[in-house]
Design a protein around this ligand. Structure first.
Ligand SMILES: [Zn+2]
Length: 255
């Protein structure tokens, strides 16, 4: 993979990141992601082309709308930058291949779920359900293979469904949502069962650390629900990139 192609993929990622921002903003509102054209969410004025350049516009405008001065969250350029890095990194790892296209689609779904769960505590079905189907169908031709994908899909959904049900019976309230169940099923479908388990362990571990940190700093309590999908998204990205070496390293202790 030449440096030129990696940079080209990164720039393409900036544009896709800009579209992911539209999805992140509009999907929770059940609004169309293609119409109307981009506009200021505060004063509704349509944006001109130079206000729509990924990352650069936000920096030049100082993070504010040009007319109404409403502040534009830093999340927008951060999503664009992250998507660009993921696309460049994916190109470097997978080369120009069908697997690259499938893994980038998966990464885009994770980025959107990460941000929507963080802001709204929901994981929309329009992402997770097609994601399960795409991940499983792709596995007929590509890694991890359909058996591992099917096991990952069923075990991922099943484990969280069991935990959600147990929590509801013991505590009498919902700890995990069905969105988390469908999201882990999607991750299992794309990555296969071993990396699905790694994702779950990573997300539970980092989620606990952040949860304890928030409690210790007095900014959260035991009842405050953490966006588990946000942690699953980070865990799945780590597992997709570094999962196989991590598993090999871990299993080396148990020959
Ligand atoms: Zn405005």
């Amino acid at each position: 993979m030449s440096a030129f192609l990696i940079i080209a993929c990164g720039l393409f990622g900036l544009l896709i990141g800009s579209f992911l921002n539209v999805c992140i903003y509009r999907l929770p509102l059940q609004a169309s992601v293609t119409w109307p054209a981009s506009h200021c969410t505060s004063c509704r004025r349509p944006l001109s082309w130079f206000e729509n350049v990924p990352v650069a516009s936000w920096l030049v405008l100082g993070g504010r709308c040009r007319t109404c001065r409403a502040s534009i969250p830093a999340m927008y350029p951060l999503v664009e930058l992250t998507t660009a890095l993921v696309f460049a990194g994916g190109a470097a790892i997978y080369g120009l291949s069908v697997l690259l296209v499938v893994r980038l689609a998966f990464a885009c779904a994770l980025i959107v779920l990460f941000a929507i769960d963080l802001r709204h505590r929901i994981l929309p079905n329009v992402i997770t359900l097609p994601g399960i189907a795409v991940g499983f169908v792709a596995s007929w031709f590509l890694p991890p293979g359909w058996i591992s994908s099917l096991l990952g899909l069923l075990a991922g959904g099943g484990v969280l469904l069991g935990i959600a049900e147990a929590y509801r019976r013991v505590r009498g309230q919902d700890g995990l949502g069905m969105g988390d169940v469908k999201m882990l099923a999607m991750i299992g479908a794309f990555l296969g069962w071993p990396l699905m388990i790694l994702t779950l362990v990573f997300a539970s571990f980092t989620g606990s650390i952040v949860g304890v940190g928030l409690m210790a700093s007095g900014r959260g309590d035991m009842q405050a629900a953490l966006p588990f999908g946000t942690f699953l998204a980070v865990g799945a990205l780590v597992a997709a990139v570094a999962g196989d070496p991590i598993l090999a390293w871990y299993l080396a202790f148990y020959p």
